[in-house]
Design a protein around this ligand. Sequence first.
Ligand SMILES: [Zn+2]
Length: 193
Amino acid sequence: MGVVKVTVSNFHLSAPSWTPEQGKVYLQKMQALALKPSIVQLRLDAEQERQLCSAIAPRIAQINQKLASCLLQCQHCFYPQQRLSIQIFAAPFAQHLNIDGLCNLNTDPITILIDVGRIIPQHWLSAIAHEYTHAQVGIAGHHQAFRETLTHLCLGLGLTPPPHDLPESELQNWPPCQPTPDPLAFWLGTLTD
Ligand SMILES: [Zn+2]
């Protein structure tokens, strides 16, 4: 049983006056919401750090709005009384960790962070569905309860549910998300369309 609301923070509102300093503050807030601050730590040099803060500042509100609407789709796959008090943000993860998303059950509201630089936009919903499943199940791990909730969610969202014979060890990679060639390019704003 959870409170029926999706938290809308300042990061979801459009803020035309974003500055690089606010980009830095944003990253610090993401570090505080991660399971460990080091997860949102890119080990960049000062110049790249500045570039990243400048690049995310004007774009982050819009990106988070997209994530919030995906989250809402997940919430709508459950009865109102089952929906969770939950917030979602985009954040760049340390490259060597090789993770696309995380669900921090220890914050109130629960926090989902997605490294949108690592996944093609068409698959952001898939990554969010995976993390939302962790939030619904309420305990870490990819086990039977996780499989059942993820299957329910995939069917509701029109995503392919995990095959019955998919081993538990593979559930951590379901639904499959297509990686981007260069996650950092997204965050540094050097992507060319
Ligand atoms: Zn997982």
